[in-house]
Design a protein around this ligand. Structure first.
Ligand code: CS2
Length: 485
């Protein structure tokens, strides 16, 4: 069977780019060429190119793995995006990616793209752990492997902060305007966070760039949303069936998508409204809503569901008892938020439950359980002081925290052994494995990622300890039933 290389001759049901690709130059370099970028920003850019044109195609860069570029290059950057939900499966070929490369294996190509005069936006999806952020200071974490190596060798950076500071410095030296830096990761105030990370990196590695980065570079914040499971062989088989072509770069996602962006693009931007993007002056309330409701409930159901033997999110939702706890979590998270004009939080919660139930998405609880130390602060811990201030019940957050700690402890008296995937895995495992609930709780209260107000909230930890004790000594399914009773 032929490889997907051109869009002519594809079955009529397959949607193809509504523009002539070769007529549009590159304006965006995207760092973090994973499934999420391909399902989200690249799809919005595809819609923008079709409706409003412009030189806004994308050079995709992965920092370490050359797999994404090896898949995309033989296909001229084309890939099938399969959207799946209750209304069926739809295949769409995305044409927005013009080139794909990898920093580790082709530094020169990445440098050329970052220094090209036409590059006006550098967007980023490197996941929470890719930033090398010290949450307590808002600056760099000097222990983060990429930060450490980039501080030692700033002229050949391997990580995000080092690469962006290097590129902004070179552009200034060449007399080129800076690009806009657009974080699309699930971090609150992701633009401001990325700015303070780069400023702090520059303070250590290139002090003459501090003011330039702080004053002349735009870092709009964004709220991004589209549930995109890791690609499997079934995805590739489905793509072949739907397009009649081999497509090693195909991915699948849900029909739903949401993007709220702070409109701060001094060097211009694509007409992402064409894909449904919403531009706002303050995206923080949207970020809090999404992080605490969608991602908070996701993390809770992933830890509890994985330990209860549920492989996929849809299986959790089919478990009547655990799905009650998902609804409870969504209500509790909504109660911590400020009202958002025009947004009905109970309708949003109902829509999330519907999305989680999507029978066509094989979204693994184990995938969501990954990197908990990078996710829990903004998804769960941030909500606790707000719940406290409103006199609301903190029990759903205590349950989620206990489920995370149970996951860290690697306790597998009632499930198969598993690897703990977390950048702080060694420390967290040593802190929790083989320990009693009360000891685990006193250790976790002292870690740097715990906000001080939460660490000091005795009443909260008094809720966590007995739940964790039960989770460490009884089957998860029993603990869930008791909690939902
Ligand atoms: C998930 C997110 O893996 C996870 O931690 O909670 O990737 C989630 O699917 C996306 O944020 C949805 O937009």
């Amino acid at each position: 069977m032929k490889r997907l290389t051109i869009t002519e001759g594809l079955p009529g049901a397959v949607r193809v780019p509504g523009y002539r690709r070769a007529e549009h130059g590159v304006g965006i370099v995207h760092i973090g060429l994973g499934a999420f970028h391909k399902a989200h920003q690249a799809a919005y850019t595809d819609a923008a190119l079709a409706e409003a044109g412009g030189d806004w195609r994308i050079t995709g860069v992965s920092l370490r793995s050359d797999a994404p570029s090896r898949e995309l290059r033989p296909q001229d950057g084309l890939y099938t995006l399969i959207e799946r939900d209750a209304s069926g499966s739809r295949a769409r070929v995305i044409g927005a990616i013009a080139a794909a490369t990898c920093l580790r294996t082709d530094r020169q190509a990445v440098e050329r793209a970052l220094l090209a005069p036409g590059t006006r936006i550098v967007s980023v999806t490197v996941t929470e752990k890719g930033y090398g952020l010290d949450r307590a200071s808002g600056g760099i974490d000097p222990e983060h492997p990429a930060i450490r190596s980039d501080l030692a060798q700033p002229s050949a950076p391997q990580g995000l902060a080092g690469l962006l500071v290097w590129a902004l410095g070179r552009r200034r030296a060449l007399g080129l305007p800076p690009f806009t830096v657009l974080s699309c990761d699930n971090l609150p105030e992701n633009g401001a966070v990325l700015r303070s990370l780069l400023v702090d990196f520059a303070r250590h590695a290139a002090p003459d760039l501090v003011d330039h980065i702080a004053d002349d570079v735009a870092f709009p914040s964004t709220m991004v949303d589209r549930i995109t499971p890791a690609r499997t062989q079934a995805t590739l088989d489905l793509a072949r069936e739907m397009t009649g072509c081999e497509d090693e770069a195909a991915i699948e996602t849900e029909g739903f998508h949401h993007w709220v962006i702070e409109d701060d693009f001094p060097a211009g931007r694509p007409y992402w409204e064409a894909g449904g993007a919403i531009f706002a002056t303050d995206v923080r309330p949207y970020e809090a809503m999404k992080l605490r409701m969608l991602n908070g409930a996701h993390s809770m159901l992933a830890y509890a569901g994985f330990a209860a033997g549920h492989r996929y999110v849809r299986d959790v939702m089919a478990d009547a008892t655990l799905s009650r706890l998902v609804s409870r979590h969504l209500r509790a998270a909504a109660a911590t938020l400020l009202p958002l004009p025009g947004v009905d939080l109970s309708a949003y919660a109902a829509q999330l439950e519907e999305r989680f139930r999507n029978p066509h998405l094989a979204h693994e609880t184990f995938q969501i359980a990954m990197d908990g130390s990078e996710k829990m602060p903004q998804r769960i811990f941030a909500a606790i002081p707000d719940a406290r201030a409103k006199g609301a019940d903190t029990r759903p957050f205590a349950f989620a925290t206990a489920a995370w700690l149970r996951h860290l402890s690697g306790s597998c008296h009632d499930c198969a052994p598993y690897d703990l995937r977390d950048p702080r895995g060694d420390t967290l495992r040593a802190m929790t494995q083989g320990r009693q609930a009360a000891d685990v709780v006193s250790a976790v209260r002292g870690i740097t990622l715990m906000p001080q107000a939460v660490a000091e909230d005795e009443a909260f930890w008094d809720q966590v300890t007995p739940i964790l004790h039960d989770m460490l000594t009884r089957p998860m399914t029993e603990v869930i039933s008791q909690e939902a009773a």
